[in-house]
Design a protein around this ligand. Structure first.
Ligand SMILES: [Zn+2]
Ligand SMILES: [Zn+2]
Length: 577
């Protein structure tokens, strides 16, 4: 208790309370004592009961500073990404209160205020004063309090660059370009840096503020030690590698959404690291003894070469655009699909005959050059996401002596070979269709189908498939492909009618056709019953009114899928007979 407590001064608060009750009782002033519950403040650290205590503190009048801060954002001199956080910022700034900046702590910047022992005047100065500014006495004592840590942090954008001195660093790097931070300190830190920057530097501290996502567990719960759902990045790095973790975070960073992080997701992207690694090893093996030098117009390129070269330029352009807009997930997924599907599943497969020399020495050399160029671009684009793996591969390819982050970012203009996209699309569609027919006929992946036929009325399209039927055969595992402008269905074959063509897979010699017909009949009969049941349910008023929406939806889907499958079976039955 302090001196205001009179005879109780110096006593512990709990002891003083007892003494007060006793004194009241002694004088006959106490009516009764009873227990009642009420809210009492507790220390957040040691949980002891805290008592209100009036004291003098230092405040900053914040309104004028906040007005300038709001204006800077309204005028577009600072941009929040995602944009929704602008409203959070305005809400804080427009309802701002004076800011208590003094703290009774040991560590921190001491408050620059000195009290005169002679006259009591307070001198505030940026340099330590030697005398009281009012009476000239030299008996000055500096305030014991320190500044709120957010006050010191608010000076960070310029104090780190040498301010208040006018250093070359300050002139070069202020204002900075980008601040990356979490939404929970938009007011504590971001807004204070803006206010201080405008006040002391007369300019904004940064042009853009990227508010990053919060990481939660796979089911969307906040990670906490007590729940036991914390994913420790160091464990993840030990198990999956730093690049797999980094790529996963980028791929899951959708703007304005939390990241739901679990081991299975990281595992998925670890497979991607393996895929890239193996594809690179394949390329390196095939580049042994290859001449240096880039492509020239005389090099004999085929459709897949022209296509993958153009695609790599397109992907570079898209990645650049995504990264410029802070769309990390879109950038990462674009690269993932390009490497996994277009480069590995399609291009490398189609390049194999040429790399084996089956298309002649000129084709082998040209394909090697394409490989080098595409891998060079791909590794550069992936470098910001997976720096360790790409740096390692970069060296293995011998792409340059400099570290990758000093290389030029790929930005070749996307021009030429416009037709390669649609043409390659057609070739891929033919391959996919033949593959689907194979799996419908349940032909083992290792088995080669002797013969297939593709009917394409359009002459240009037909020529594309005709020119590349060696590649279609290779990828669809077909021995002999006939490409015709028109034609009848070959006997005992399965058929698909696509918008641009009809494809026939001749399965008569591979399949016990009679047994297959029986199997299809059986499946159709079973489906017919199933569809009938669904229809009955969907006619039932009681079911419709009582069942939850998603159950009704499921039933409709089942009926539609069943009917589609039945139609397909009818086609197959007809074409096999
Ligand atoms: Zn405490
Ligand atoms: Zn004085």
């Amino acid at each position: 208790m302090n001196e205001a407590a009179g005879i109780y001064a110096g006593k512990d608060r709990f002891e003083a309370r007892k003494l007060v009750v006793e004194a009241l009782g002694r004088e006959g002033l106490l009516l009764k004592a009873e227990e009642h519950q009420h809210a009492v403040g507790h220390c957040y650290r040691c949980k002891s009961v805290v008592e209100p205590f009036l004291s003098e503190q230092w405040f900053v009048r914040t309104k004028p500073l906040a007005d300038r801060g709001v204006q800077a954002v309204r005028e577009g001199r600072i941009r929040f990404v995602p944009e929704q956080w602008t409203h959070t910022y305005y809400q804080w700034m427009e309802n701002v209160r004076d800011w208590c900046i003094s703290r009774q702590l040991w560590w921190g910047h001491r408050i620059p205020a000195w009290t005169c022992a002679a006259c009591g005047h307070i001198t505030v100065a940026s340099e330590d004063p030697s005398a009281c500014e009012r009476c000239g006495a030299s008996t000055l004592a500096q305030d014991e309090d320190v500044l709120d840590t957010w006050f010191s942090s608010a000076l960070w954008p310029f104090s780190t660059l040498g301010w208040p001195d006018k250093t070359p660093d300050l002139a070069t790097y202020y204002p900075t370009s980008l601040l990356v931070t979490g939404f929970d300190i938009i007011f504590f830190w971001v807004s204070r840096m803006i206010m201080m920057g405008l006040e002391f530097m007369d300019d904004v501290p940064f042009r853009e503020v990227y508010i990053h996502a919060l990481i939660r567990d796979e089911r969307g719960q906040k990670m906490s030690k007590s729940k036991g759902n914390v994913v420790d990045p160091l464990d993840i790095i030990d198990e999956f590698g730093a690049d797999a973790l980094r790529f996963t975070l980028a791929a899951l960073t959708g703007q304005g959404r939390d990241i739901l992080l679990g081991r299975s997701r990281i595992e998925t992207y670890r497979f991607f690291m393996n895929k890239l690694w193996n594809a690179s090893r394949f390329a390196l093996m095939n580049l042994e003894g290859a001449p240096e030098g880039s492509l020239d117009p005389e090099d004999p390129l085929r459709l897949p070469d022209r296509w993958i070269l153009r695609r790599s330029r397109e992907v570079a352009k898209e990645t650049t655009a995504h990264l410029s807009g802070y769309f990390y997930a879109e950038a990462a997924r674009g690269l993932y699909d390009f490497v996994w599907s277009e480069l590995c599943d399609w291009y490398l497969e189609m390049a194999k005959p040429a790399l084996r020399g089956e298309e002649g020495e000129g084709r082998r050399r040209a394909t090697q050059k394409v490989l080098r160029q595409v891998f060079r671009t791909t590794l550069l684009l992936l470098h910001p996401f997976i720096p360790f793996v790409t740096e390692e591969l970069w060296e293995a390819f011998g792409f340059g002596a400099r570290p990758m982050d000093q290389e030029r970012w790929p930005e070749d203009p996307v021009n030429g070979d416009e037709e390669s996209g649609p043409e390659m699309g057609l070739l891929q569609e033919v391959v996919r269709t033949l593959r689907n027919l194979r799996s419908e006929a349940r032909i083992a992946p290792s088995q080669t189908v002797p013969s297939a036929q593709v009917v394409i009325p359009g002459e240009g399209r037909r020529q594309v498939v005709e020119d590349h039927k060696d590649l279609a055969c290779l990828l669809a595992k077909v021995d002999h492909l006939v490409v015709l402008p028109r034609g009848d269905k070959p006997a005992r074959s399965l058929v698909t009618i696509a918008p641009d063509f009809a494809a026939y897979l001749e399965v008569g010699s591979l399949l016990d056709v009679e047994a297959e017909l029986r199997r299809l009949e059986g499946e159709r009969a079973k489906l017919a019953k199933d569809v009938e049941l669904c229809e009955a349910k969907l006619r039932d008023e009681k079911f419709l009114s009582r069942a939850p929406e998603e159950v009704v939806c499921k039933e409709r889907d089942r009926m539609r899928d069943g009917k589609l499958r039945m139609a397909r079976i009818a086609e197959n039955l007809e074409s096999l007979r």
